[in-house]
Design a protein around this ligand. Structure first.
Ligand code: UD1
Length: 417
């Protein structure tokens, strides 16, 4: 895996465009399986997870190619209903192909995604919902075999937790199902809305996305469309963190302010000035950051778990104590130990991390262990005195498009080796 070498202490200044959202691109790529004709997805980020999705599509018999920052996908030639284990393992989100393949062909066979860096990642909610829609699912030796020989049927599905992936899988299964599906306690993330917008443009009848109850009237078929992927709110939060820790001032172009409504007040509390005008967000950092209010990660519109790690790098440099409570994933503080190698003062007890801000971080050799943890370490390294080497950059490249180039364009001294 490649490493980043960061010489810290450079203030970040300038303007950058925010990349398209990974968490929109992945389910929308799987949704193309349901359409006839050639889809064009604009603003699709160049990420290893997107490449993995495109490999799955090609394996299934679809055509998928990049053209600049767009991805073109045509699924008329789909002939496979199975995803081999090697492709499933490349990316956990591949589970979102389950609903789409089952809806398109009436059969899907793929390996169980299993655990990942964030701990066990069960899919019980996905499977329970699909069973309720008439799928016959057999789980054996880590393989899922799903059949819906007479097609899927609309159903009322009450999610015990607003799982993003389960909501997406149900939507993908329901758009071509017979009758009406109602999802109660659906996830409300902007990426769910983006998926529904794509599907509605393609001819689906989905109502209520972004709200707790989503109603889907099944239709006969869907047609390819051109769609613009929304900007990545987590990348935006990471770049805001980079400006904050380096006492810089940066403008992010193409931001949707409402998607950051739980994040912007946290930066303001630290003393950063945040101005948003016509999709341009400018963050201006103070000389010394103040501690953050209590951060509790929650389903959207609460504070996003994906932004917890980069914000912890900021908290490490705030005057005073900041507290994080991680409510979504049980193993999401791995970056804390590595931040401590840079001089951060963090105490983790179960799902709570107490961060006593220090005045200075110092360069060291650290290892990323997951995607957002990698972003956290890079953020801290930008502020640290001296040289930091960050390993495990393969994780970063799952979600951040050419991040070293973006940071360098803002004045950071970052090299990929
Ligand atoms: C998605 C995002 C990820 C983000 C997460 C939470 C994508 C590609 N990934 O992941 O970046 O961190 O939402 O915002 O969009 N759970 C169950 N059973 C299930 C499904 C989930 O117990 O069947 C639990 C999970 O273990 C986890 C929690 O619910 O503790 C949240 O998971 P979920 O919302 O499904 O996240 P993902 O879709 O995996």
């Amino acid at each position: 895996m490649s490493r980043f070498v960061v010489n810290g202490g450079k203030k970040l200044f300038g303007e950058v465009e925010v990349q398209g959202a990974k968490n929109s691109a992945l389910p929308i790529l799987s949704a193309t399986v349901l359409t006839r004709g050639e889809n064009i997805l604009f603003n699709c980020p160049s990420l290893t997870d997107v490449d993995a999705c495109m490999r799955i599509l090609r394996y299934l018999g679809c055509e998928a190619k990049k053209q600049g920052s767009a991805v073109l996908v045509k699924c008329d030639g789909l002939r496979e209903s199975e995803i081999p284990d090697s492709l499933m393992r490349e990316m956990r989100s591949s589970i979102v192909f389950l609903g789409a393949i089952l809806a398109r062909t009436g059969y899907a066979k793929l390996s169980f995604p299993g655990g990942c860096e964030l701990g066990p990642r069960p899919i019980d909610l996905h499977l329970k919902a699909l069973r309720k829609m008439g799928a016959d699912i057999c789980e054996r030796h880590g393989v899922l075999e799903c059949k819906a020989e007479n097609g899927l049927k609309g159903a009322k599905i009450d999610l015990s937790f607003p799982s993003v992936g389960a909501t997406e899988n149900i939507i993908l299964a329901a758009v071509l199902a017979e009758g009406t599906t109602t999802i109660i306690n659906a996830a409300r993330e902007p990426e769910i809305c983006d998926l529904c917008d794509f599907l509605n443009e393609a001819g689906a009848k989905i109502y209520g996305s972004g709200e707790g109850v989503i109603v889907i009237d099944g239709v006969e078929e869907l047609f390819a469309v051109s769609h613009n992927i929304i900007p990545d709110r987590i990348v935006a939060a990471t770049l805001m963190s980079s400006a904050a820790v380096t006492k810089g001032e940066i403008t992010l172009r193409g931001v949707i302010q409402s998607h950051l409504s739980s994040v912007i007040p946290v930066f303001e509390e630290t003393g950063c000035k945040v101005k948003v005008k016509d999709g341009d967000l400018t963050v201006t950092a103070p000389d010394r950051l103040r501690a953050m209010p209590l951060i509790r990660t929650m389903p959207y519109p609460g504070f996003p778990t994906d932004a917890q790690a980069p914000l912890m790098a900021v908290a490490s440099l705030c005057r005073g104590t900041s507290v994080f409570v991680e409510n979504i994933f049980e193993n999401r503080f791995k970056h804390a130990g590595e931040l401590m190698r840079l001089g951060a003062d963090i105490n983790v007890q179960g799902k709570v991390a107490v961060v006593n801000g220090v005045k200075t971080l110092y360069g060291a050799s650290v290892e990323a262990q997951d995607l957002r943890g990698a972003a956290s370490l890079i953020t801290a390294a930008l502020a640290a005195e001296g040289k930091t080497e960050i390993g495990g950059i393969g994780y970063l490249e799952r979600g951040y498009d050419s991040f070293e180039i973006t940071l360098s364009s803002l004045g950071a001294d970052v090299r990929k080796v």
